[in-house]
Every structure is written in structure tokens, then in C-alpha cells.
Design a protein around this ligand. Structure first.
Ligand SMILES: Cc1cc2nc3c(=O)[nH]c(=O)nc-3n(C[C@H](O)[C@H](O)[C@H](O)COP(=O)(O)OP(=O)(O)OC[C@H]3O[C@@H](n4cnc5c(N)ncnc54)[C@H](O)[C@@H]3O)c2cc1C
Length: 459
């Protein structure tokens, strides 16, 4: 809702990525004067995707924010629903595991097309977006940003009432905050990087594999995944160690690469006509977790999205968490009646525990996806949890469902999930559980969980 005071205030956003462009829409709808600066060119004109993953999994938290700003219809046109995980073993055998109950899906969506939609909508509302303008410094007390034009090298300064950094994991605003007293910061790089390789549509113009699944080739210390695209191709991502055996470092040429794929992912090779071409051309990118606090400074600046909490991509929640940041910030602006120092304080206090929790969950899911999803005991425990959820839908909600299909704060999803794991560990020790699991006392299992009231608002 627009308020009178907002119309007198100007906000500078750094970064017109996924989070920045959505936040611009929220703030403009509230009545603020919003100007955005992004260092990259306008991708609608260049047709690039920005060097990051081609597609992403959009789930409830992200979708809810998009719905709130009136974009549900447009976004739906870009979504491809994925009902579950399709695991591919070394022999090419398939196992399907639904993500949730009937109707609960995550959605593959093109990063570029979603970003274009958000930027275009922000401009339609009157937001001025300046591309090719890189922030090189910020005066935190004066809310003044210094920008460098990528074409001319010209440097300019812009002062506004508020500056918000949605400039991603390597945020320029955060860089300046880091020099402030009592600013906490940590970054942690995985030993794994990632590389994308595509699977084109078949000769008859169809998807090469089931397009309603997120495909996983779990291989213990590494994995390959694939998400469908609207043009009936898939984008595969290989999460692989940088060094060691096998690793990005250990595959030197086409012969070694093809032999490795043949023995490790045998059922995929036929679908990748340009495996070596893409593998040796596409970048190998790193994966980082960034934590910091406070997220605001001098009551005039704030960082949001990956700028304040970059996480590894294994829960498919980075963008979703950033979109949820925007929704919650919007609520807090309302609650604090536009008083920025109070807004920033309330927002960061509320959101920091959740950002830490999703970072932990994302890391745990890496182990689960690359390793555990191939384990029959793990699959059985998920089946038992699904039955518990079916029987006691509000009292036992699997952690994945809380994280992906509900708005339960991430910190709560993590805490409840930890209790559930401990209970399931005991349950899985039941003699002959593989054959007797349907005779378990499901009510006793649910009663063992410290009950809190969770209302699962499903999609
Ligand atoms: C391989 C991979 C897969 C992923 N999969 C998923 C998924 O399935 N689901 C999900 O929810 N999330 C996923 N994520 C996470 C998601 O990509 C990020 O959380 C999301 O992009 C964060 O958005 P953002 O706007 O905060 O940052 P970014 O998308 O990084 O955007 C930052 C913007 O700021 C601009 N910028 C940077 N520096 C400056 C500067 N100095 N001055 C001006 N502009 C600047 C950049 O050009 C960019 O446009 C994935 C990430 C990776 C790496």
C-alpha cells in the first residue's frame, strides 16, 4: 500500500538481479522514488543470461512474493512443474521420489526470463533502471553511492534517503560495511564447483527425459542434476570437486571426459551431443556461503538477498529466500510506519536466524542429494515420513515440505527437522523395518515430536 511519506523519499537500489528487481517493484508500489543501478548491460538487449545458472527451482516462498506483486499469471507461463526427484543409478535404473503430496511441486524457471519479467514490470511502474553503472563506493552515513559507467568510465555520485544493496554475493555495499567497527563476516567456499551442460530436445522435438522431474545422478562425492526448460531442453549441472580423483582437474581431454561419463553417467551420454564442446568451453564456477551481520548501517543502508546471505544451491532456496526477504521487508515497512532505522533493526533481527538456518539446510541437502538419495534406508525413511504426513498432516510435516511448500520460518523448519531426524533414526532401528514398516505405531512416532502449532499453507 502506498503511503504519503513514501512519496517524499528516494531509494537507490544497487543491483537489478532477481532480488533487486522484485524489491524495486515492492517499493515503487509503496510510493517511493526508486532508482536502480546495475553494473551489467541490459540482458533484454544482449540476450545473455549473466554467467549464472540457466534455470532455477522456484517454490512457494518465492512464488508467494511474486503473487503478492501481481505477477503470478505471467510467472506461471514461465514455469515447468517438477513433481519429484528422479534418481539415475550407475546402471541407468530409475527411482522416483515425490517431493510432497499430490499437487506439491517445485518449478523450473529460466533465470533470464524471470529477471527480464521483473525488470520490465519495475520499469512499467516507473522505476528508473540504469544498466552499465557499477557501484564502486558508498558513503554509508550520507547514503551516497559512487558509480562508474562501464562504457565511458565516467564516475558520478548519487545521494538518496536510503541505499539498499541487492548486488549479490560479492556486494559492493557489503564491502564498505565490512570496514565498519563490529561488522561480522564469514565466507566459506565448497571444495566443489559447478559446470553446466545442456541436453537438447530429441530429433522429434521432445524432451529427452521425463520433464516433470528434477533428475539426479547421485554419486557419493559428487553429482549431476538436470532441470527441464520450456524449449524442451534440459540444463544439467555437474557438482564436482575442483581437485582430486575424479575432479575438474583430473579430466584433461575429450577422451578422458567421455570415458568418465560412460562409466559414471552411462544413460546420459547419448543425450549430450556436444558434451566435450560444452564441458571445455563453459566456465567452472565456485560455490560460496556468506554470512554477515549487521545487515544495515547508520539507519540509511541495508543489504538483502545474496548480498547478506549467499548460500549453496542444493535446497533450491537462494532466490526463494531473497524473494521472501522482499515480502517480509515490505511487511516490516508497514509495521514500522516507514521509520527506516526501526525498519532495518526489526527486519534484520527477524530475518537473520532464518538466513542462517537456510544456509545450514542448503549445506545438509548437498550431502543428502549426492549421497543419501541412493540409499534404500534413506528412501524408506522418506516413505515412512510421507505416511506420517498423510496421517497427521499438521503434526508431522517433513522438513523438505516445511522448507519448500510452506512459510514456516526456516529456523523453525531446521529445529523441527532436527527432532524429526532423531526420531526417525530410532524408528529405522526397528527390526525388519523394510517389511514391517506399515505396522509401525505411527501415532506414537508423532507423539514423540515436541509439538508446536504449524499451519502448513500449501501451494
Ligand atoms: C548453480 C546455482 C543454482 C541455483 N539454483 C537455485 C534454485 O534452484 N532456486 C533458488 O531459489 N536459488 C537458486 N540459486 C541461488 C540464486 O541464484 C541466488 O540466490 C539469486 O540469484 C540471488 O539474487 P540476488 O538478486 O540477491 O543476486 P544476483 O542474482 O547475484 O544479482 C545481483 C545483481 O547485482 C549486480 N551487481 C553486482 N555488483 C554490482 C555493483 N558493484 N554495482 C552495481 N550492480 C552490481 C549484478 O550485475 C546482478 O545483476 C542458485 C545459484 C547457483 C549459483
Amino acid at each position: 500500500m502506498a503511503n504519503k511519506r513514501a512519496s517524499l523519499e528516494s531509494i537507490t537500489l544497487l543491483g537489478a538481479g532477481l532480488v533487486g528487481s522484485l524489491l524495486a517493484i515492492y517499493l515503487k508500489r509503496k510510493g517511493y522514488h526508486v532508482t536502480v543501478f546495475d553494473k551489467r548491460p541490459d540482458l533484454r538487449k544482449t540476450g545473455e543470461v549473466g554467467g549464472r545458472s540457466i534455470n532455477l527451482a522456484l517454490s512457494r516462498r518465492g512464488y508467494r512474493a511474486l503473487e503478492e506483486v501481481g505477477l503470478a499469471g505471467e510467472v506461471q507461463k514461465l514455469m515447468l512443474p517438477m513433481k519429484g526427484r528422479m534418481m539415475h543409478d550407475e546402471k541407468g535404473n530409475l527411482t522416483h521420489q515425490p517431493y510432497g503430496k499430490e499437487g506439491q511441486v517445485i518449478n523450473s524457471i529460466s533465470r533470464g526470463r524471470l529477471n527480464d519479467l521483473l525488470v520490465t514490470e519495475a520499469e512499467k511502474l516507473g522505476v528508473k533502471i540504469n544498466f552499465g553503472e557499477k557501484c564502486i563506493d558508498v558513503d554509508l552515513k550520507a547514503a551516497r553511492v559512487q558509480l562508474e559507467n562501464s562504457a565511458t568510465g565516467a564516475v558520478s555520485k548519487v545521494t538518496s534517503d536510503i541505499v539498499i544493496g541487492t548486488d549479490g554475493a560479492f556486494s559492493a555495499l557489503r564491502n564498505v560495511m565490512q570496514k565498519e567497527d563490529r561488522f561480522n563476516y564469514s565466507q566459506y567456499y565448497l571444495e566443489h564447483g559447478y559446470k553446466e551442460i545442456s541436453i537438447p530436445p530429441t530429433a522429434s522435438g521432445d524432451f529427452a527425459m521425463d520433464h516433470q522431474s528434477l533428475h539426479i545422478w547421485p554419486r557419493g562425492k559428487f553429482m549431476l542434476i538436470a532441470l527441464p526448460n520450456l524449449d524442451k531442453s534440459f540444463t544439467c549441472t555437474l557438482f564436482f570437486p575442483f581437485s582430486g580423483q575424479p575432479s575438474f582437474e583430473s579430466l584433461h581431454n575429450e577422451k578422458e571426459l567421455v570415458a568418465f561419463f560412460q562409466s559414471t553417467f552411462p544413460d546420459i551420454l547419448a543425450y549430450m551431443p556436444d558434451l566435450a564442446g560444452e564441458y571445455f568451453k563453459n566456465p567452472t564456477s565456485s560455490l560460496v556461503t556468506i554470512k554477515c551481520y549487521p545487515w544495515s548501517s547508520h539507519g540509511k543502508t541495508l543489504i538483502l538477498g545474496d548480498a547478506s546471505h549467499a548460500i549453496v544451491p542444493f535446497y533450491g532456496q537462494g532466490m526463494n529466500a531473497g524473494f521472501e526477504d522482499c515480502r517480509i521487508l515490505n511487511e516490516v515497512i508497514e509495521e514500522q510506519d516507514g521509520d527506516w532505522p526501526a525498519i532495518f533493526e526489526a527486519f534484520q533481527k527477524q530475518r537473520k536466524p532464518d538466513a542462517d538456518a537456510i544456509a545450514t539446510l542448503a549445506f545438509q541437502n548437498f550431502i543428502e542429494m549426492r549421497d543419501k538419495v541412493a540409499d534404500p534406508d534413506f528412501l524408506l525413511s522418506k516413505k515412512i515420513e510421507a505416511r506420517l504426513h498423510q496421517l497427521f498432516s499438521t503434526r508431522w510435516i517433513p522438513q523438505y515440505s516445511m522448507t519448500t511448500f510452506s512459510d514456516v520460518p526456516y529456523a523453525e523448519a531446521l529445529a523441527i527437522g532436527q527432532q524429526q531426524s532423531a526420531i526417525m533414526e530410532r524408528v529405522m532401528k526397528t527390526p525388519n523395518i523394510e517389511v514391517t514398516w506399515e505396522q509401525l505405531d505411527f501415532e506414537a512416532i508423532v507423539n514423540a515430536l515436541d509439538q508446536r502449532k504449524i499451519t502448513l499453507k500449501t501451494q
